[in-house]
Design a protein around this ligand. Structure first.
Ligand code: 4AD
Length: 456
């Protein structure tokens, strides 16, 4: 039955919920006539009927092609990922049958827009559920069409939006610091260096130093920008390019910083879980996910060293941990997994932390620094109070072998009306790996970048 022109059907997006307009398809005498565009997510051919699940990024819709429509050449040879237009009537599914959003489109007309290959080149042969990870990364552009990979991208979008919302609610100003810089923040070993019109320059490791310079004109500030690290190790939580959520707070104490961190993280989780569609995706991806309860467990570095030794967890040289050791990834992970709650690990020793961190006035061996550790992932946040005394900062440059000249603009903060201030950086991909229960941060990136991979 082809009745195009009888009524001009409304073009609707698929799915239901926050992103799509409701279609009144359940009127008692007839379904609503609509026109939809999408790609074939799945198809199932039966003797007289062709079931097509159409996908348009907004949602999924089961479409039923019957009679002569199901016998056309295009219908008989229909392949997954083919893009098409379908018109028809939207009905509730009959009792006992199942379809996305409990509805289906009874097609009366369709047009193929772009055919997708079948046979060896069919998407199902290119992208196998349990395929080898490198092949799947080469085919990332196709993998993203799958429900699971796409769901992580939807959660990612919601989480990023929630951070913006939370900072907006707190009246923080957003700034956009440069990615091309001539200073380092987190040590020379992970700097990506490049030639900038014959000058040496780097891809930024963190926007922190620039954020600090925004405090005098903006008060509290934040940014969500890319950071780059030339990490020379292949781990499940290190990327070369990642999204860094960073904030800087003026006229605060270290305790204010810790409380703020808890507030931001819990609020972002609330904002994200309040969206039914995203909430369902998170729980499908990670059924165990729960918002942590406040206050978070707080633990001093020195106590963590004792804890590790009490639990027989050795350092990288397989010796008991000593005060001053960097707690390696494996030990940190074991501790967090045993504690099984988020931990604010604080007061790390001066030599293992960044040059700009303030010392604890009560114990000059340690800094007012914090890492937030999460079970299953490890460190997702690093933050600290920043030195605000000019002389102390000059000393720190010297101690760390950093030439102060390129940092004049950072140092000037201490000359023109200094203030006690602090901030932090949160790795968005690690936050997502936690929420979405992903084994590696690579699966939380649109297109991951890490040692050995810069394509597609
Ligand atoms: O602890 P980091 O190195 O701290 C800084 O960069 C500070 N300057 C941030 C600040 O205070 N504004 O990095 C902060 C967070 C880490 O906790 C981690 O979540 C993430 O950034 N991160 C990485 N994520 C993925 N791949 C990497 N190679 C990462 N390096 C750090």
């Amino acid at each position: 039955r082809i009745n195009l022109g009888e009524t001009r059907p409304e073009v609707v997006k698929l799915g239901s919920g926050e992103r799509t307009k409701e279609v009144d398809y359940a009127s008692p005498d007839r379904g609503t006539r609509v026109k939809v565009f999408g790609r074939v997510h799945r198809e199932r051919k039966q003797a007289q009927v062709l079931f097509v699940t159409l996908r348009d990024g907004f949602g999924y819709l089961q479409c039923v092609l019957t009679g002569p429509l199901a016998k056309t050449y295009d219908a008989v040879t229909l392949t997954r990922e083919t893009s098409m237009m379908i018109t028809g009537e939207m009905w509730e599914v009959p009792p006992g049958a199942h379809a996305p959003d409990n509805r289906e489109l009874h097609a009366d007309y369709f047009e193929i827009i772009g055919k997708a290959p079948g046979g060896d080149d069919a998407i199902t042969n290119k992208v196998q559920e349990k395929g080898d990870p490198q092949t799947l990364l080469d085919q990332r552009h196709l993998v993203l069409r799958g429900e699971k990979a796409a769901a992580v991208m939807f959660v990612r979008s919601a989480v990023e939006h929630a951070f913006h919302t939370k900072y907006h609610e707190l009246n923080y100003i957003k700034v956009s610091p440069p990615a091309l810089v001539q200073t380092q923040v987190e040590g020379g070993s992970t700097l990506f260096e490049f030639d900038y019109y014959s000058e040496k320059a780097y891809l930024t490791q963190s926007s922190q130093l620039y954020l600090e310079t925004a405090l005098p004109f903006a008060g509290n500030v934040y940014c969500i920008e890319k950071s780059f690290r030339a990490e020379k190790s292949l781990t499940r939580r290190h990327l070369s390019e990642y999204t860094h959520v960073e904030a800087e707070l003026d006229f605060i104490t270290f305790d204010d910083l810790l409380n703020h961190l808890e507030d931001v993280i819990c609020s972002v989780i609330d904002l994200v879980l309040a969206q039914p569609r995203i909430n369902k995706m998170i729980h499908d991806l990670n059924p165990k996910f729960q918002k942590p309860s406040r206050p978070f467990k707080r633990m001093r570095y020195a106590d963590a060293i004792t804890w590790l030794n009490d639990h027989g967890i050795n350092n990288e040289d397989d010796k008991p941990h000593e005060f001053g050791d960097d707690i390696a990834e494996a030990a940190e992970r074991r501790m967090t997994d045993i504690l099984d709650v988020p931990v604010l690990l604080t007061y790390f020793p001066v030599p293992i932390k960044s040059f700009y961190m303030t010392k604890d006035p009560e114990d000059e061996r340690v800094t007012e620094s914090v890492d937030l550790l999460i079970p299953g992932v490890g460190e997702i946040v690093g933050g600290s109070m920043r030195m605000h005394d000019y002389e102390e900062l000059m000393e720190a440059y010297k101690r760390n072998g950093i030439p102060p000249e390129p940092y004049y603009w950072y140092t000037d903060q201490r000359r023109y009306g200094t203030s006690p201030h602090g901030g932090y950086g949160l790795g968005l991909e690690r936050f997502l790996a936690w929420m979405c229960g992903q084994h590696t941060v690579r699966d939380t990136c649109f297109y991951p970048r890490y040692m050995g991979r810069c394509r597609p």
